[in-house]
Design a protein. Structure first.
Length: 510
């Protein structure tokens, strides 16, 4: 007779725990964009040169992206609750340092520290959800909320960043994290109870930590540098070559060591691989949209920072609706690919509308419906993606599986910002050159027309990327719908026909 796992009662505090986990996730996600609107003011106040201003963004991205796998492994080793609380406290201290910065070095250092503690916090948050919510219907609701925050937090950051910068000053875009972190840390300490026996106490894979961190940092920095120095720059090419060598060495190392940082069984699973790849591609498109719409609304249309932030509200509404009302309700009824594939295609239709942008385009007739479709599609796709990425993973691997979700998003964001901005800049330059040769008489008007032409050219790329993401989700992912029974660790994928998964052993959290 097969052995059965211990059957545990659901944790009565799990929904309270979700509130604090969601608050922490919101803080990390919105921090990626909240500083963008405040950056011009911080640059002036601290005397940061144009050449160095990118480091306010890059320092965070490098530390966060480079240390995510390490953070996920630490969560599995130390315990997710402890890692979560330490990450929150560290993030709050780093934010206080940034808000009090007196020079550019202090600001850059604080951003790197924020990224490092965020790399502890983000995978711990997602893996806590994975081990606390195991009933399929409850898991759908929990990941619906989490997915809405993960998708919409960046837009919330634009709103909050605009308000704080305009009403107070740029330093409050850092200080605002402190109450978020304190409330989430206190709530986590008193409410979260991590299931027993879910840690991975194997020795830490130091070569894997070093190779993965250096490889991811090289990759993120390569794309970041390409945006400013060009794709043919020697250092840009060197970073990509170094990244390829380091990440290949990382994979070889992980296949040979007894306690790998990233067990290949997590990475090579067909469904999780499809999630990581399609999600990373979708984030490329979404980050490009944030960048172009922010510039379009502020530079071309003359919106204030606050008005620009509120102009993104339809996207947030669409994401919340798609995640909680469509994705969460249908996740236990249909296979994940039938939500992710159409979700990414719906987002592509919204992006397609934005290829029609002109200087005088109507916000109500064009930008608003495009954002609604984009948010609705992304929200619908994000929720099952977040859930499936940690579904069927052994509890001891949930931290690194969660870290890979964040890694795909972070690397996707870096690629999206660099790749699409480069495409837009090239198209704008070509447009301006050709029309100047034809005798354009208003240089300011030509500049704006060229900028918008560049945006629409890059948005066409984003449409194609979303279509590819949809195709990958429909092709790679073959897991059936989860059963309504509580889900335990271990395998749980359906067959290629999308039949219902069968989970023989119900295991729920304390």
């Amino acid at each position: 007779m097969p052995k059965t796992a211990d059957i545990r009662l659901p944790d009565p505090s799990r929904w309270k725990a979700l509130a604090f986990i969601a608050l922490a996730q919101l803080m990390v996600v919105l921090d990626a964009t909240i500083v963008n609107i405040a950056l011009p003011h911080a640059q002036t106040a601290l005397g940061i040169s144009d050449a160095n201003k990118q480091w306010v963004i890059t320092a965070y991205a490098l530390a966060f992206g480079g240390l995510l796998l390490f953070g996920g492994r630490i969560a599995d080793l130390w315990g997710r609750k402890r890692t979560f609380v330490v990450g929150l406290i560290g993030f709050a201290l780093a934010s206080a340092l940034g808000g009090a910065a007196q020079n550019q070095g202090m600001l850059f250092g604080s951003r790197a520290l924020q990224g490092a503690f965020g790399a502890l916090l983000a995978p711990a948050a997602l893996s806590l959800l994975a081990v606390m919510f195991t009933d399929a219907k409850e898991r759908a609701k929990a990941f619906g909320i989490y997915g809405a925050i993960a998708g919409g937090g960046g837009a919330v950051g634009l709103i909050l960043g605009g308000f704080l910068t305009q009403a107070l000053n740029w330093r409050w875009t850092f200080f605002v994290n402190i109450p978020f972190a304190i409330v989430a840390a206190l709530g986590a300490y008193f409410v979260i109870r991590e299931p027993a026996g879910s840690r991975n106490r194997s020795s830490l894979d130091i070569p894997g930590v070093v190779l993965s961190a250096l490889g991811l940092v090289s990759l993120v920095y390569g794309f970041t540098r390409a945006e400013s120095a060009g794709w043919s720059d020697a250092l840009t090419i060197g970073m990509f070559v170094a990244s390829g060598v380091l990440l290949l060495a990382f994979v070889v190392t992980e296949s040979r060591v007894s306690s790998p940082l990233m067990p290949l069984r997590v990475l090579l699973d067909r469904n999780r691989g499809g999630v990581y790849l399609s999600l990373g591609l979708a984030v490329i498109a979404m980050f490009g949209l944030f960048l172009f719409l922010t510039y379009y609304l502020q530079v071309v249309r003359g919106y204030s920072p606050i008005r620009t932030g509120f102009a993104f509200l339809p996207m947030i509404a669409g994401m919340i609706t798609g995640s909680t009302q469509i994705g969460a309700r249908l996740m236990t009824r249909v296979p994940a690919r039938k939500l992710m594939g159409p979700g990414f295609l719906t987002a592509a239709v919204g992006m397609l509308l934005l290829t029609q942008l002109e200087i005088g385009s109507s916000y109500t007739l064009l930008i608003l419906p495009a954002q609604l479709l984009l948010g609705l599609g992304m929200g619908t796709a994000f929720m099952p993606a977040m859930s499936l990425a940690t579904h069927g993973v052994e509890p001891r691997d949930s931290g690194v599986a969660s870290a890979m979700v964040n890694t795909s998003q972070q690397v996707g964001g870096a690629i999206g910002t660099a790749l699409l901005n480069t495409v837009a800049a090239s198209a704008a330059t070509a447009y301006a050159t050709s029309h100047a040769a034809l005798g354009a008489t208003d240089p300011e008007l030509l500049k704006l027309q060229a900028m918008v032409h560049g945006f629409t050219g890059a948005i066409w790329w984003a449409v194609g990327i979303l279509v590819v993401a949809s195709a990958i989700a429909l092709t790679f992912i073959n897991a059936g719908r989860p059963s309504a029974v509580a889900v335990g660790g271990g395998a749980g994928s359906g067959d290629a026909d999308g039949v219902e998964d069968e989970f023989k052993v119900p295991v729920v959290a304390h």
